[in-house]
Design a protein around this ligand. Structure first.
Ligand SMILES: [Zn+2]
Length: 504
């Protein structure tokens, strides 16, 4: 049997500013899925990138008085550079303005939809939010303003190319309703089904070159028009694996992949769950298999966005508090449903309580006791440890619980299952009191010595299991756990050394 192939993508953020913590959330979630599936033996492609062709980038560059390409390059490199501080196992990064694969593929996608009869020209008038890069109907606005940005959209009238979205309502409804295209959580699936049931209108997929300030990919055969930036950006999921440039790559990671998983924020759900699958269907390509939707982060109770002036730089955070602390907050505190509020105090408290105290103490005590009582050699070949049912159950149940949680894209539930091992192991140490067994053994109680062997063996097994289970979530910390709890060639464990330094 060949290993399943799984393609995992994040959205590609527009680069009108530097990255904020919300971007880190999606990247870290995708990284966990990629590492977990690789660990299971699957072939995985984890891809991210940047959306360079947005009009917002042009406006931000003009406001900064910098040439657009230079401005976009500088911000895009800050996104690409997150891989180091966040310990991301990214396989591919695509930049839509400079990657030679992208424009060719976007043009091919355009032609494929045109050949299917799904593109036509129409005179159009509408209300456009540049922040969203999207037209709105009056009914969709909040008192005349964009709900996302709080700004008044501009009235735009021009002749554009339109995509025949209306033709795909039945296909989308069936794909999503049957689970062939799975949208999680279920509330988001229902939201999309409701939107489809309300009727799908064709949407504009080009702009006049003038309004786009000449930035973007020209419409094939119509140089007065630029391809709508969302069409262009969504295309990255196909162009990076090779649509239009590398047929084998495309087969491997799109048409022939077992899973095509998009991670997206709630604000761009409609683009990914309605527009994008319809474009794929029009081009004769398979749809994504999974769309995993996350909600938003707030910082100190305020909306986090590049325009609100309240961003948190994830690279700076990781530099100051460590990669493990940042990843842990994102994975352990952010719920599957609902926004989560970030504060530095919460980041520190979570890291100190869990990583320094709960986990750090467990590892340190286990290794220290193994050195004190057995010269660092982990006992083997033993009877069951006394009174260890709860800990054994936690160890036994964690893998299936993690698997189940991650298949629902629930990172908090997954880390909770792993954390049960930490809690049960610490509780076990308090209950069984290995130091009492050691004293009895020294006073000639052989049975106490046997029991101490079993206790130390079980605790070491629990620590090793934690090193393995945490690997997708905290790869750096997991590596330190493994090097602390694994002996070299049956020799003694290395001397105890803290695996996580308390943040002060
Ligand atoms: Zn908007």
């Amino acid at each position: 049997m060949t290993a399943p192939r799984c393609y995992i993508t994040t959205t590609i953020p527009y680069v009108n500013a530097r990255p904020h913590l919300g971007h880190a959330l999606e990247l870290v979630q995708a990284d966990v899925l990629a590492r977990y599936r690789r660990g299971r033996g699957e072939r995985v492609r984890f891809q991210t990138g940047t959306d360079d062709n947005s009009l917002k980038n042009v406006l931000a560059a003009q406001a900064a008085g910098i040439a657009v390409q230079e401005f976009v390059d500088a911000n895009a490199s800050a996104f690409v550079a997150l891989g180091g501080p966040l310990s991301l196992s990214v396989d591919d990064v695509i930049r839509t303005s400079t990657d030679p694969r992208h424009r060719v593929g976007v043009e091919r996608l355009w032609r494929a939809c045109a050949q299917a009869g799904d593109l036509y020209r129409k005179q159009y008038q509408g209300l456009y939010c540049v922040g969203c890069e999207q037209f709105y109907t009056t009914a969709e606005l909040d008192d005349g303003r964009c709900a996302e940005h709080g700004t008044e959209p501009q009235r735009v009238a021009e002749e554009n190319w339109f995509f025949r979205l209306s033709r795909y309502a039945g296909l989308l409804h069936d794909a999503i309703g049957s689970g062939g295209l799975r949208i999680e959580p279920a509330g988001r699936r229902n939201e999309v089904l409701g939107f489809i049931a309300g009727g799908l209108a064709d949407f504009s997929v080009s702009r006049s070159t003038g309004r786009a300030r000449g930035w973007g990919i020209p419409v094939p055969g119509d140089p007065d028009q630029v391809i709508y930036v969302w069409w262009d950006a969504l295309g990255n999921y196909l162009t990076a694996p090779g649509y239009g440039t590398d047929d084998a790559g495309l087969r491997r990671w799109w048409t022939g992949a077992d899973r095509r998983i998009h991670l997206v924020g709630k604000g761009v759900l409609r683009f990914h769950a309605v527009y994008w699958p319809a474009m794929l269907a029009s081009a004769g390509l398979p749809l994504p298999t999974d769309i995993a939707v996350h909600d938003y982060l707030t910082v100190d109770g305020r909306k986090i966005s590049k325009s609100s002036g309240h961003p948190v730089d994830p690279a700076a955070l990781a530099l100051r508090y460590g990669t493990d602390a940042v990843r842990w907050w994102l994975l352990r505190e952010v719920p599957r449903i609902g926004d989560a509020d970030f504060t530095i105090d919460r980041l520190i408290a979570r890291a100190n309580d869990d990583l320094a105290n709960g986990l750090g103490n467990l590892i340190n005590r286990t290794v220290t006791m193994t050195h004190h009582y057995r010269s660092g050699a982990v006992p083997t070949g033993l009877e069951p440890a006394p009174g260890s049912e709860q800990l054994t159950a936690a160890l036994h149940e964690a893998p299936a619980a993690v698997d189940d949680a991650l298949s629902d894209f629930d990172y908090r539930r997954a880390t909770t299952a792993i954390w049960r091992i930490v809690e049960e192991a610490n509780r076990y140490i308090s209950a069984v009191q290995p130091w009492t067994l050691a004293t009895a053994e020294r006073n000639g109680d052989k049975q106490a010595g046997h029991e101490l062997n079993a206790v130390l063996a079980l605790l070491t097994a629990a620590c090793r299991e934690l090193g393995a289970a945490l690997d997708p979530f905290l790869p750096d910390l997991a590596e330190r756990i493994r090097s602390q709890c694994e002996a070299n060639a049956d020799g003694p464990l290395p001397p105890p050394k803290p695996i996580f330094r308390r943040i002060t």
